[in-house]
Ligand binder design. Structure first.
Ligand code: HEC
Length: 476
């Protein structure tokens, strides 16, 4: 018995059978490098895990120490700057690759029978990935981290009924503080890693079980290039024999296809290194909760949502914060049921492709507009640094077209309403606020319409705060 230790171990552990099933499996005929996106996501997950563990060894999740520990990692720990850079840009790459993978799977109709569960697990993986991004953003405890999280968590407050309790639950207090940091750190390093490890494993096991999907083009060719495949058009009944024929004619995962995957992973890794070297790894000033003049902006993948919110001011904000994102997630979850025909070629699925293009154009457009509209993190006007609230007020004035009746900062139509420059010398904050909410209460003949609705009381206050900064315009 001891003469054949390899077989002894194989009978008890089954490593050979495992290797056979995972590495020697065949990949269907016609699959190419574009199919490596999923593997690229897996590679990035591994990279984030390794760099994340290394960062955690020197990071301290408290408001007093967090920022200094990041500085310490960057400046003192050998290769700390590089590890942090990989983790920073790796996060961005992971979101990008996961999104690309999702779009690609839908376009190639790889979510169809029998892979519906693979898609659903993938949707949850995407949400966890975004959760990682959101919680990780706070950890450096710099200005950007603090204020973006402050705004981001504040959004939960717009959820009808439970909003305020929700904000308190997420923050662990009224403001973003020590408890928020502890909670985000726990989610980022305990909850999400556990969840993503289990679900990514399930995702991979299901893919190995069902096999990689055949490309739509090959799947639908009239005269199948592989021997023994049941002819076109494929149906659910002939799916399995047809797939088996494609698989039998394809290459092995090891060593053929895995090389392709590794090559894509290497390209991504080199891109990350280039980003670290040429774009750098941002770290703002230390978070200052009293500095309300800081204008935060979220990570690029939340910018579209951030922009969308501006179209739902005041009492309608929850539509942008909750309803539309929930609708999008519901749409993703329902994809296997909404899109389940036999036709897999993108060009023959006009509705699905039109919807995909529309969603991509809309989100890209919103992102571009968001970047154009978001001012630099500090804005000076007439020598004063505007607070983020005053800036929001300035933005509302722009959107609401107040200049069609008022001169503001020397610009606008002076015929209809009084100039608002220098208004602070005439009216108090309370008067301005009260007037804008109800012009007729102070002047029964007022031509101006009240600012509410659709603006909330807070937003009217932001406008008021901005108006108070306006100096008298000197007329020559
Ligand atoms: C349709 C034209 C019109 C538009 C648009 C308009 N206003 Fe007015 N506003 C007036 C007129 C006219 C008055 C003064 C007389 C009155 O009460 O009718 C006035 C008065 C005011 C006053 C009081 C000024 C004072 O010195 O008493 C404030 C403040 C004000 N507007 C702010 C705004 C803001 C902010 C906006 C944009 C959200 C805006 N207005 C849009 C016409 C307009």
């Amino acid at each position: 018995m001891l003469a054949r230790p390899a077989q002894w171990l194989e009978e008890r552990v089954g490593h050979g059978r495992f290797f056979q099933a995972v590495f020697l499996r065949q990949i269907p005929y016609g699959v190419h490098w574009w199919y490596s996106l999923g593997a690229a996501a897996l590679f990035l997950l591994a990279l984030q895990t390794v760099t994340g563990i290394l960062l955690a060894m020197n990071y301290s999740p408290t408001p007093e120490r967090a920022y200094e520990s990041i500085r310490f990692i960057t400046a003192e720990v050998p290769f700390g700057w590089f590890i942090r850079g990989l983790h920073h840009w790796g996060a961005t790459a992971m979101v990008a690759v996961v999104l690309l993978h999702l779009v690609s799977v839908f376009v190639l109709a790889a979510h169809r029978y029998p892979r519906e569960m693979v898609w659903l697990v993938g949707v949850v993986l995407l949400l966890i990935t975004l959760g990682f991004g959101f919680t990780g953003y706070l950890l450096p405890w710099d200005q950007k981290a603090y204020w973006a999280t402050s705004v981001g968590t504040n959004m939960a407050g717009t959820v009808p009924v439970v909003g305020p309790s929700l904000v308190k639950l997420i923050r662990g207090g009224a403001e973003v503080g020590a408890v928020t940091l502890a909670r985000f750190y726990a989610m980022h390093t305990l909850l999400f890693p556990t969840a993503i490890a289990g679900l990514a494993a399930l995702h991979v096991v299901l893919i190995i079980f069902h096999g990689v999907s055949v490309t739509p083009g090959e799947w639908h060719v009239e005269l199948s290039p592989v021997p023994g495949a049941p002819p076109e058009p494929p149906s659910r009944d002939t799916y399995h024999p047809r797939y088996a024929a494609f698989k039998a004619a394809g290459p092995r995962f090891w060593p053929d296809v895995i090389l392709e995957d590794l090559r894509v992973a290497l390209v991504i890794f080199l891109l990350l290194v280039l980003l670290i070297v040429f774009a750098g790894v941002p770290l703002d000033e230390r978070a200052d909760p009293t500095d309300t003049s800081y204008i935060p902006r979220p990570e690029w993948y939340f910018m579209a949502l951030f922009e969308l919110l501006k179209y739902f001011p005041g009492a309608l904000e929850w539509v942008g914060v909750v309803a539309i994102p929930a609708l999008l997630v519901a749409l993703l979850v329902l994809v296997p049921w909404l899109s389940h025909g036999e036709e897999r070629r993108p060009l023959k699925r006009p509705v699905g492709m039109a919807l995909t293009v529309a969603l991509l154009v809309a989100s890209t457009g919103l992102t571009v507009v968001a970047y154009q509209a978001t001012p630099p993190t500090k804005v000076e006007e007439g020598g004063v640094v505007l607070t983020s609230q005053q800036l929001r007020g300035r933005q509302i004035i722009q959107q609401q077209g107040c200049r069609s009746c008022h001169v503001i900062k020397g610009e606008g139509d002076e015929k209809k309403g009084p100039p608002l420059d220098g208004i602070a010398s005439r009216l108090t904050a309370a008067d301005i606020h009260g007037y804008m909410e109800n012009p007729k209460a102070r002047n029964p003949d007022a031509e101006m319409k009240p600012l509410i609705p659709p603006l909330s009381h807070e937003e009217v206050e932001y406008v008021t705060q901005y108006l108070l900064t306006l100096e008298e315009t000197v007329t020559p």
